[in-house]
Design a binder for this molecule. Sequence first.
Ligand code: UDP
Length: 253
Amino acid sequence: MARRKKIYEGKAKILYEGPEPGTIVQYFKDDATAFNAEKMEVIDGKGVLNNLLSEYFMNGLNTIGVPTHFIRRLNMREQLVKSCEIIPLEVIVRNYAAGSLSKRLGIEEGQQLPRPIVEYCYKDDSLGDPLVSEEHIAAFGWASQQDMDDILSLALRVNDFMSGIMLAVGIRLVDFKIEIGRIFDGDFQRLVIADEISPDSCRLWDIETNRKLDKDVFRRDLGNLTDAYAEVATRLGVMPKNSPQLIKPTLIN
Ligand code: UDP
C-alpha cells in the first residue's frame, strides 16, 4: 500500500505529498541518466549520497541567508522541502570552461573563465533544455526582470558559497546548475533555491589531479560513480559511518 501520494517522478527523484500543507517529500533514487536520458543506469548508493550532500549544501545556504526550499532530512533517502512553483529555467554558473560551453565556444576544458558566467536554459526535456537569453525569458514571461535580478544574485551567492566549501576540501567547483522556486506568501512571492545541489548537478574536480568527482564519471565512463560521490562526502565529513548498509536501495512504496 502506498505510504503517501506520489506527485511527480523525475529522472533522479520522486516527489510525494508532504505531511503538512505546503510541504513535499523528495525521495532520491539511484537512477543515473545522461544525454537527455539516452544513457541510463541504476547506481547503488547514489540517491543516499545526493540526499546527504544536498542536505549539507542547502543547510549551509540557509545558514548564510540564501533561502532554499530545504526544511530537514527525514531519512537516508528522503528530505522534507517547501512546496514551490519551479521557474522553468536551469541556471548554470561556470567558473572554468567545461562541457557544453567548451563545445559551443571551442574553449579547452579546464580553462579558467575571466569571471563567473551565468547561463540560462529552458527546462524542456523534449527540446533538450536549450540555452536561452534574457530576451527569451522576458518575452515568453518565464520570469520578470525583478526575478532575473534576484536569480542572478542568488546564483552568484551560491557560487561563492559552494566554491569556498569545495576549495576547503581540495575540490575545484568548475560549474553547477541550480533551479529556482517561487513560494507564495499572500500577495508576496519569495524566490528560493529548489531541487537539489549535488555532484549530479555540479562539476567537481580534484584541485591537485583534476580527477572528476561528479556525474561526468558516469557520462564519460570514467569509473565508479558512487566512489566519486563518496569521496566528496568523505572530504566534507558527511559520509555515514556504516555506509555499506545505508547506501543500499530501499523500496519505499
Ligand atoms: N547540468 C545539470 N543538468 C542538466 C544540464 C547541466 O545538472 O540538465 C549541470 C552539469 O552537471 C554541469 C553544468 O550544469 O555541472 C553545466 O552543464 P553543461 O551545460 O556543460 O552541459 P553538459 O555538458 O552536462 O551537457
